[in-house]
Design a protein around this ligand. Sequence first.
Ligand SMILES: Nc1nc2c(ncn2[C@@H]2O[C@H](COP(=O)(O)OP(=O)(O)OP(=O)(O)O)[C@@H](O)[C@H]2O)c(=O)[nH]1
Ligand SMILES: [Mg+2]
Length: 383
Amino acid sequence: MNATKPIRAAMLTPPGRGAVATIVVWGDDAVASVERWFHPASGKSLGQEPVRRIVFGRWGSPPGEQVVVVRTDDTTVEIHGHGGVAAPMAILSDLRAIGIEIVSGHEFQATRISDPIQRAAAEQLAQAPTLRTARILLDQYHGALRRELDEIERLRASGDLQAARERCERLLARAEIGAHLTKPWRVVIAGPPNVGKSSLINALLGYERAIVFNQPGTTRDVVAALTSFDGWPIELADTAGLRTSDDPLESAGIALAEQELSQADLIVLVLDITQNRTEADARLCEQYPDALRVFSKCDQVTQQPALEQGLATSAVTGSGLPELMHAIVARLVPHPPQPGDAVPFTTPIVDQVRAMHSQKSDRGRFNTECTENTEKALRKTES
Ligand SMILES: Nc1nc2c(ncn2[C@@H]2O[C@H](COP(=O)(O)OP(=O)(O)OP(=O)(O)O)[C@@H](O)[C@H]2O)c(=O)[nH]1
Ligand SMILES: [Mg+2]
């Protein structure tokens, strides 16, 4: 008698909010096991349906949760149900109750995809926050990065180290993009008190996230919100106005703001066009020379500032906001990858490309080490 493989189930969609959650069940008796809970509307057994036929039905005793189920091969079934936390957890708990082992999505991918780079791309793809980042990860899933790394290996093996180094450089130039395909860029809005930082963040987000008030010192905590500009995921953070203050609460807010600024991918420094420039403004500009400089409240003046001084914006009329979004993107992603370009999207891969670039690694070392490190990093993310 043949030994049957244990039946396992895993959630493929990331935890948290989402319209649809996907659970996969695989193993020799996967179809029969799913049928213990799944009642197809057609009344026809799942095993009789052709592979890849989408079957609508209910899960569990009446009235039952509405789900669609697909048999993707003879031993694998996907269950697509309502997203969120409670609904998929209930299905997993029902599966566990009939002896199915619940494992991570990574374990399922490991049974299907042998290349760790492709596997990492599949896993990040499930977490891609925008279509643009999903497209880039899909290119890596389809082998863009693997082909590039193989080509670098080939060049190194043939002794053409210069060409290999140039290709490494091209990859490393995209490392920042690769690091922000699932993790947003952090853009911090800073400036003196009452210049309109909170108004600006609300206008950029399109909703009232931060409190706006006509007195300086309104914002104390760091207020952050997720958005995307031109398909790039961005976390915008509003901060307390920067000034010397005797108020301990405000000073604590300013200390938090400074900490936030030290970790920002980009600082947007806001100055009020209706006010005369002060020494404090000049000090801020000196302190953050790389910041993107923006003038606020430009609806209040007739003469707009020269472009080289800063971008003219108004949170009230919305003027200058598209230009500001464009400027933020241009600073964060000056050279966006083209379709099909290789993008190194995990830290271990970037580290290995760096090592190859500095020619510290020996020939042939890349593939094994990269594989091991990628596996290690993935295990770390999971735990
Ligand atoms: N006319 C005009 N008023 C603005 C604009 N932006 C902000 N304001 C006003 O400026 C005042 C301060 O705005 P906030 O957005 O709270 O300023 P802030 O920089 O966040 O202030 P703090 O949190 O105290 O540092 C409010 O009265 C806003 O209505 C603008 O573009 N045009
Ligand atoms: Mg504020």
